[in-house]
Ligand binder design. Structure first.
Ligand code: SF4
Ligand code: SF4
Length: 322
C-alpha cells in the first residue's frame, strides 16, 4: 500500500472540509458535461454531450496556462464525469507536478481504473466518489466498490458522497449501512439543492428528513446547507480573490453562485482581485467551497446547545490559521 500525505490525519478531518484549508488558491473547475450515468437529479440534461470546444487544447497547453497565473492552485475538478475528459490522466499528471487536485467522479467510467493505476496519490487532495446508489445495477455497484478499494489501497484519500435527494431518503440508512459493511470508511451526505416535485430543497426537508440527514453528517458546516442557512450576505469572502469557479471554456467567475467574469484562464486574461469583498447574495450555492473561503466566521444555527458548542469549536479551528 502506498502512503498518502493524509494518512496521519483524523478521518473526520481527512474527509471533511478542513482538508481544503491549507490550499490558498482554490478553483472549482467544471471541466466537461459528458457523463456515463444519467441520474434523475442531475443538473445536466440526460445524455448531455460535450460542447465542441471541450478537448481542443492539449494537456500541455492547459497545464502551461494554469502555471502562467503564477499562483499555486488547488483545483477541484468535476463535470459531467471528468475522467471522460480527453487525455484526462495525462492532464492530471502534468498539473499535479506543481498544483493540487481533487477529482469528483462517479467511479465507474471506462477510464476510472486507469486513473487509479496511472496516477500516484501525491498532490491529489481527495477522490470524491459520488455513489448515486439508485442508478447502479448489481454489476456497476460491484465495480464502484472494487474501484473504491483500488484507490484506497493505492494510498489515495477517498471519500464517498451521497446526494440526500428527497427520493433517496427512504433508502438512505440502508445504503449507508451497505457501503460501510463493504469497507467504505466515510460516507458524506450532501443535502440536495434544487427543485423536486415543485418544492425547493433544502428548505422543503421536513423536520424528520433534516434529522435523518444530520444523523449522518460528519462535517458540521454541511449542516448549514441541510438547515438552509447558507446566507452570508455582507460577510467578507475570498471568492474572486483566491476562490473561483471555472467553466469548460476556461472562463473564470467569482464563485458558483455569482457569475461575475474574472477573465479566461486559457487566453491569459484571468485577473483575480487583490482583496476580499463582502458577499452580496441572499443564498450561497457554493456549499463547502464557498464557506471555507470566507474571511469572517459564519453564523452558527440554533440547533441545540451541545451541537452548537461542537460547531463553534470546529468552525473556530477552521479559521484559526487566518
Ligand atoms: S454521475 Fe453526476 S454528472 Fe453524471 S449523471 Fe449523475 S449527477 Fe450527473
Ligand atoms: S459567500 Fe458564497 S455566494 Fe457569497 S461570495 Fe462567497 S462563495 Fe460567493
Amino acid at each position: 500500500m502506498r502512503q498518502s500525505q493524509f494518512t496521519d490525519m483524523d478521518p473526520n478531518e481527512r474527509h471533511g472540509y478542513n482538508r481544503l484549508r491549507p490550499y490558498r488558491n482554490q478553483m472549482v473547475w467544471h471541466i466537461n458535461d459528458l457523463c456515463n450515468m444519467a441520474c434523475s437529479y442531475c443538473f445536466f440534461p440526460t445524455g448531455a454531450k460535450d460542447p465542441p470546444h471541450v478537448g481542443q487544447l492539449t494537456p500541455q497547453q492547459i497545464s502551461d496556462a494554469i502555471d502562467a497565473t503564477g499562483m499555486q492552485w488547488a483545483l477541484f475538478i468535476g463535470g459531467g464525469e471528468p475522467t471522460l475528459y480527453p487525455d484526462f490522466i495525462e492532464l492530471v499528471n502534468l498539473i499535479k507536478q506543481k498544483h493540487f487536485i481533487q477529482i469528483s467522479t462517479n467511479l465507474v467510467s471506462r477510464t476510472t481504473r486507469d486513473l487509479a493505476e496511472q496516477v500516484t496519490p501525491e498532490n491529489i487532495i481527495n477522490i470524491n466518489a459520488s455513489s448515486h446508489m439508485m442508478m447502479h445495477t448489481p454489476k456497476s455497484l460491484g465495480r464502484f466498490l472494487e474501484n473504491y478499494h483500488l484507490f484506497k489501497d493505492k494510498g489515495f484519500n477517498i471519500t464517498v458522497s451521497y446526494v440526500a435527494h428527497p427520493s433517496m431518503l427512504g433508502r438512505m440508512r440502508a445504503d449507508f449501512e451497505f457501503l460501510r459493511s463493504n469497507g467504505v470508511e466515510a460516507v458524506i451526505p450532501l443535502s440536495y439543492q434544487g427543485m423536486y416535485e415543485d418544492r425547493r430543497y433544502p428548505a422543503s426537508y421536513t423536520a424528520d428528513e433534516a434529522r435523518l440527514i444530520r444523523e449522518f453528517v460528519h462535517e458540521p458546516l454541511e449542516l448549514l446547507v441541510t438547515l438552509d442557512r447558507m446566507n452570508f450576505k455582507g460577510r467578507m469572502c475570498k471568492a474572486g480573490m483566491s476562490y473561483f469557479m471555472m467553466d469548460t471554456k476556461g472562463d473564470v467567475c467569482r464563485c458558483a453562485t455569482i457569475p461575475e467574469a474574472m477573465g479566461n484562464m486559457y487566453d491569459g486574461t484571468f485577473r483575480p482581485r487583490h482583496e476580499s469583498v463582502p458577499c452580496p447574495m441572499d443564498k450561497c450555492m457554493d456549499a463547502c467551497f464557498g464557506i471555507v473561503s470566507q474571511v469572517a466566521e459564519p453564523e452558527v444555527p440554533e440547533i441545540g446547545a451541545a451541537t452548537k458548542v461542537a460547531l463553534w469549536d470546529r468552525i473556530k479551528g477552521m479559521f484559526a490559521s487566518k
